[in-house]
Design a protein around this ligand. Structure first.
Ligand code: UDP
Length: 331
């Protein structure tokens, strides 16, 4: 049995779909603070609660023979982390500490952790290798890096091996329409641009056009959420392989798009012409974040299937339209 925390959330729910498609048995813990019950398939057990609740975890681990934990639950918005650091250290560090301790005590064999390119801060290298200096510039990245350190320290004394996956910019939705990004108030570029294309807002603010990039706007390595989900299936296989080892791995495609290129793609896919307003840079935004994928290629038996910005946007658009239809039907 696999325990997936945050399995009702955006990335976690796609991972649950990929794990089930691969024939795995899964149980989900989610407090539904941002996740949705209907993102979890009906035949997957959903425990509604806090993934850092020691008493709940003791119950779960004694009721189930959990081979591996995949830990997605956490808070993920950079701006919010600056405004409310306590929330980030509680939800990301405190929860992970309780979960890792409970997993070790229960004899769990493998632990897969959702980390982020935000641990690099403003990276000195482009593309970014995993051993690049880690200097997070916000509480979100700092909280994830602390858990990476916790796992490394624990690995010295525990037979539980771990994988750390540092996600780049995750976007898109399940191509079969089973899940997508539903978090209200999400501020991510593709989400905001699609809202503009669908007439839900009057345009998009471009946060800076004076970066040292080709067109002056920020460059990011956008990865389709279903590819990211499939990478977890491959990472689990790597954790199960003998001899057991732990690893840290970037998960991106290894190339990036600027804000303007993303907006061009949204215009192309939707047929809209989104109004663009250049604004000052957003605090805490590095100019470029692109993964060096050398280690990922060596480590994971995984091939991207949706490495195409138009495809990412088309799948995200289909999901937004499905959400709009559901909303209209419920009114
Ligand atoms: N961005 C933007 N306008 C927006 C949202 C984002 O110009 O309304 C830019 C942002 O400055 C960054 C890129 O788009 O260069 C991706 O930002 P996002 O918030 O999607 O993800 P992040 O890289 O911050 O995790």
């Amino acid at each position: 049995m696999l325990l997936v925390t945050g399995g009702a959330g955006y990335i976690g729910s796609h991972a649950v779909l990929a794990l089930r498609d691969a024939g795995e048995s899964v149980v989900v813990i989610d407090d539904l603070s941002t996740g949705r019950r209907d993102a979890v398939p009906a035949d997957v057990p959903l425990i509604i609660g806090d993934a850092g609740d020691a008493a709940l975890l003791a119950d779960v681990f004694s009721a189930q023979d959990v081979e591996a934990v995949l830990h997605f639950a956490g808070s993920i918005q950079v701006g919010e982390s600056v405004a409310d650091p306590i929330k980030y250290y509680r939800n990301n560090v405190g929860t992970s500490l309780a979960l890792v301790a409970a997993a070790m005590a229960a004899g769990v064999r493998h632990f897969l952790f959702s980390s982020t390119a935000s641990v690099y801060g403003v990276p000195a290298e482009d593309p970014i290798p995993e051993d690049c200096q880690k200097a997070p510039i916000n509480p979100y990245g700092a909280s994830k890096l602390m858990v990476e350190r916790l796992l490394a320290d624990v690995a010295v004394i525990s037979p539980m091996n771990h994988g750390v996956l540092r996600y780049f910019n995750v976007a898109g939705a399940d191509p079969a329409g089973r899940s997508g990004q539903s978090t209200p108030g999400a501020t991510h570029l593709i989400k905001v641009a699609l809202a503009a294309a669908l007439g839900q807002r009057d345009g998009v603010d471009i946060f800076g056009d004076d970066y040292p990039t080709g067109d002056g706007t920020g460059i990011r390595d956008y990865i389709h959420v279903s590819d990211l989900a499939a990478a977890h299936v491959a990472a689990l296989a790597a954790l199960r392989a003998e001899p057991a080892r732990s690893f840290t791995c970037n998960i991106g495609y290894g190339h990036g798009y600027s804000v303007n290129q993303v907006l061009d793609a949204v215009d192309r896919v939707t047929g809209a012409r989104i109004a663009r307003r250049v604004q000052p840079r957003r605090a805490g935004d590095p100019p470029t974040l692109v993964a060096d994928v050398t280690r990922r290629r060596a480590l994971l038996d995984w091939q991207p299937r949706f490495d195409d910005i138009d495809r990412i946007i088309a799948d995200a658009l289909a999901w937004e339209q499905q959400l709009q239809r559901r909303l209209a039907e419920s009114n």
